[in-house]
Ligand binder design. Structure first.
Ligand SMILES: *[C@@H]1O[C@H](CO)[C@@H](O)[C@H](O)[C@H]1NC(C)=O
Ligand SMILES: *[C@@H]1O[C@H](CO)[C@@H](O)[C@H](O)[C@H]1NC(C)=O
Ligand SMILES: *[C@@H]1O[C@H](CO)[C@@H](O)[C@H](O)[C@H]1NC(C)=O
Ligand SMILES: *[C@@H]1O[C@H](CO)[C@@H](O)[C@H](O)[C@H]1NC(C)=O
Ligand SMILES: *[C@@H]1O[C@H](CO)[C@@H](O)[C@H](O)[C@H]1NC(C)=O
Ligand SMILES: *[C@@H]1O[C@H](CO)[C@@H](O)[C@H](O)[C@H]1NC(C)=O
Ligand SMILES: *[C@@H]1O[C@H](CO)[C@@H](O)[C@H](O)[C@H]1NC(C)=O
Ligand SMILES: *[C@@H]1O[C@H](CO)[C@@H](O)[C@H](O)[C@H]1NC(C)=O
Ligand SMILES: *[C@@H]1O[C@H](CO)[C@@H](O)[C@H](O)[C@H]1NC(C)=O
Ligand SMILES: *[C@@H]1O[C@H](CO)[C@@H](O)[C@H](O)[C@H]1NC(C)=O
Length: 495
């Protein structure tokens, strides 16, 4: 009987008709926000085909027209009350921000507010009306099949999320969530979810292992086992998605897909945010991208795609809050990658420029004696052809140990297939995305002027658009006593 029920649940859920994809959120809280045409140039260069905006900025929507890029537009939280209280306000919003741009700009969804229940609870009573009014306006324009309507939820409204099979929505929100899920189900939409394993990890006081948050391989005996379902969890992301499926299931909704509208990891933080590092951000986002594109699904629904929008495209330097708030981006305002994602073999997204255009250079401030030793090693036992460094040859000038070591390091790094461990040289070398070529000294790996790299350097432009909402650091009720107790009990399986 129980088996039959499980089978029924398994087939009733979510059809897997679309491939998983990776999208990127575009927050605009930058002091030198690139012009929309430059944003789009970066998206194209990086083969990013899905984006989510935090508003419906006209210039951005015009720049995205006829690019093939699929766009989620957002009703900003400050407009939610007005739209939820008046269907004509909603209809005007849709006509100005959606109908006016479609289909040249391929708007595929509208996210109505963001994390309203946790960040703007006094607007919660009108949230479902806002969804319905926006949907009615789309229906009136005959766009309701092409454009889905939903609202991103924070995972902090899911209580007892460990183990996933016991997760449920905070019951005080049921009066909003039940009609919302009814709406999503009847309109064929998805549940939008913002998942931040970084915060889950930070708040767990060491209970959640870093490897588990970062999708790093765990030995099977360290995987978290849900004692009720016997499903094995190897990362926080999957556990959160499954917790959400179970929480919906307890309200008898079993066929609403999950779309992850935000997930990411900060690359820099305050002294009390020691795990906001370049390496962790790179590991999280690289593994997340591979996980999503591999169509692995989750333990509860293997093979069911959970498409995900990375938070976020740019570092937002004008964001308030701790240092980490300003450092969630994949790129700086000039379109230069903050770090080089490890995506080799994962195909189409963020692949070409960020994986290929890397160089190995001598570190700034490295000890000249160590550089000289490493240079001698590279040109000797390392078997680098260092002849371009001799007098009269293209790479002789500038004649100093840093420049010569950089040439030798980069040549060795490319010779060895650009594996990260071949750009170390006892700590005096580092990978960079800046091409060190100069004059007629062309470095290995340089695409030169004939390369595919798009010059996306942004002139300083005044931002006219509003940025993404601040994160609710340590937000919600996640640290409630009962949750921690559950986490502690469940985490015993890690030990
Ligand atoms: C708005 O609501 C009114 C009254 O409920 C209704 O008559 C009207 O058709 C609605 N308009 C739209 C655009 O949905
Ligand atoms: C927009 O994207 C959807 C989803 O991929 C696709 O089916 C549709 O053909 C696109 N529409 C236009 C006008 O390009
Ligand atoms: C879900 O469905 C079951 C069986 O039909 C019913 O007993 C239960 O009350 C429902 N739960 C909710 C929250 O509607
Ligand atoms: C993709 O998934 C398959 C099976 O689901 C797995 O064997 C493989 O290791 C995965 N690849 C990556 C790169 O994660
Ligand atoms: C690189 O870009 C080319 C052309 O845009 C594309 O055909 C190819 O699949 C990309 N390679 C990777 C690894 O994504
Ligand atoms: C990127 O690297 C791969 C593997 O090294 C190579 O096949 C491909 O041609 C490179 N792409 C570009 C644009 O250089
Ligand atoms: C690079 O482009 C220039 C002109 O655009 C051309 O003359 C030259 O042959 C190209 N070089 C290579 C290596 O393709
Ligand atoms: C990129 O564009 C900027 C401004 O237009 C220009 O100064 C710079 O030389 C360009 N860089 C390359 C590599 O073309
Ligand atoms: C940006 O704003 C400043 C002051 O508000 C103004 O002087 C300048 O012309 C603006 N620049 C652009 C490119 O709009
Ligand atoms: C559930 O949500 C309500 C309303 O926001 C909040 O007051 C309460 O603390 C939450 N309960 C838990 C256990 O987090």
């Amino acid at each position: 009987m129980a088996l039959l029920l499980l089978l029924l649940l398994a087939v009733s859920v979510v059809n897997a008709d679309e491939d998983s994809y990776i999208g990127v959120n575009i927050g605009t809280d930058l002091s030198d926000m690139p012009h929309p045409t430059q944003v789009v140039a970066l998206l194209k260069a990086q083969q990013i085909r899905h984006v989510r905006l935090y508003n419906a900025d006209t210039a951005m929507l015009l720049a995205l027209a006829n690019t093939g890029i699929k766009v989620i537009v957002s009703v900003p939280n400050e407009q939610l009350l007005g739209i939820g209280q008046s269907n004509s306000t909603a209809a005007n919003w849709v006509s100005r921000n959606v109908v006016a741009h479609y289909p040249a700009t391929n708007i595929t969804a509208i996210s109505v507010g963001s994390e309203i229940l946790t960040t703007l609870p006094n607007a919660a009573p009108v949230l479902v009306n806002a969804l319905k009014f926006i949907h009615s306006a789309l229906l009136a324009s005959n766009l309701d099949r092409q454009i889905k309507v939903s609202t991103p939820l924070s995972t902090s409204i899911i209580l007892d999320s460990f183990p996933p099979s016991q997760a449920f929505f905070n019951r005080s929100w049921n009066p909003v969530l039940v009609p919302m899920l009814n709406f999503l189900q009847s309109t064929g939409s998805f549940l939008m979810l913002n998942i931040y394993p970084y915060y889950d990890y930070m708040q767990s006081n060491g209970v959640i292992p870093l490897d588990y948050a970062l999708f790093r391989p765990l030995t099977p005996n360290k995987e978290a086992v849900d004692a009720n379902t016997l499903l094995h969890y190897s990362n926080v992301f999957d556990a959160m998605v499954d917790a959400t499926y179970f929480a919906m299931g307890f309200l008898n909704f079993t066929n609403i897909p999950v779309l992850v509208t935000e997930s990411g990891w900060p690359s820099k933080g305050d002294s009390n945010e020691p795990d906001a590092t370049l390496e962790n951000a790179n590991t999280y986002n690289s593994n997340l991208i591979r996980h999503v594109l591999n169509k692995t699904g989750t333990p509860k629904h293997p093979g069911i795609s959970v498409s995900t929008y990375i938070y976020e495209l740019y570092n937002e330097d004008t964001k308030a809050g701790p240092v980490s708030e300003k450092n969630w981006g994949l790129f700086d305002a000039n379109g230069v990658p903050i770090y080089i994602l490890h995506l080799t073999g994962s195909g189409m997204v963020l692949a070409n420029d960020t994986t290929n255009q890397t160089y190995c250079t001598a570190k700034d401030g490295a000890d000249p004696k160590m550089l000289q030793a490493a240079l001698d090693w590279a040109c000797g036992p390392g078997k680098v052809d260092c002849s371009p460094l001799s007098q009269g040859k293209p790479c002789y000038e500038p004649d100093n140990v840093v420049a010569h070591a950089t040439y030798a390091f980069d040549t060795y790094y490319h010779k060895m297939g650009k594996t990260p461990d071949t750009c170390d040289f006892n700590g005096v070398a580092a990978v960079t995305t800046t091409d060190p070529s100069h004059g007629s000294c062309i470095f290995p790996g340089s695409l030169g002027k004939n390369g595919t790299f798009v010059n996306v350097t942004a002139p300083s432009m005044n931002s006219t658009t509003s940025g993404s909402p601040a994160h609710n650091l340590y937000g919600g009720d996640f640290t409630s006593f009962i949750t921690i107790v559950r986490v502690l009990i469940w985490s015993a399986v890690f030990l």
